[in-house]
Design a protein around this ligand. Sequence first.
Ligand code: DC
Length: 226
Amino acid sequence: MSAECFVIAIDGPSGAGKSTTSKRVAAELGLSYLDSGALYRAVGLAALEAGVDLSDEASLSAVLERTSIEMKDDGRVVELNGRDVSSRIREPDVTDAASRTSALPLVRHHLIELQRSSVRPPGAVVEGRDMGTVVFPDADLKVFLDADAPERAHRRAAELAAKTGAPPPLEEVGRAMAERDHRDSTRANAPLRAAEGAFVLDSTHMSLEEVVSAILTRAAQMRARK
Ligand code: DC
């Protein structure tokens, strides 16, 4: 990452609105967008398709050696060995597999350079769980975007309903999300947590416009200091 890059790192639990917010902030500032979760999802899918034990580092290592993961069209398209898997990686079995395989140091190590090298001038909004803590520790602005659990479950259920046309049971969405967030925040390697000095935003009672505007105000302050 070069010094001419302006980087905004947005971390937080699932359903907090990171993706929508990050895309909007990136568009407003003319920056690119990195959805690091999509890379972890692609690894989860590769592991599922290979039929390996999701906690077995040796087997996963062999799978990763013969796997290519690419992001195209400013993160809108994810390719696994040249195949467009952008929709497939959003399905529940991949969501669960990604949370499991992302706990392994080998997987995190494998993806770190891909994430860093994807950021070029003028910069990017990078979204995930460890953007501000591990991958981009020198980010110009670090945001930890949160919302209370019922609100996050509600948002995720609405998102799934919009995609599939059928609203999923809210309780089930909440349960799966709580399990995943617990795993993501208690793992030994790069757990989900707010980076030191992060701008912590509880969006429970905020609209998307308010969240985007709060981040843009902070970004303008940081840019003025750069
Ligand atoms: O953001 P997401 O829900 O698409 O992420 C899918 C999984 O990938 C999530 O359960 C945790 C993992 N992940 C991670 O460990 N580190 C990141 N920077 C992004 C995602």
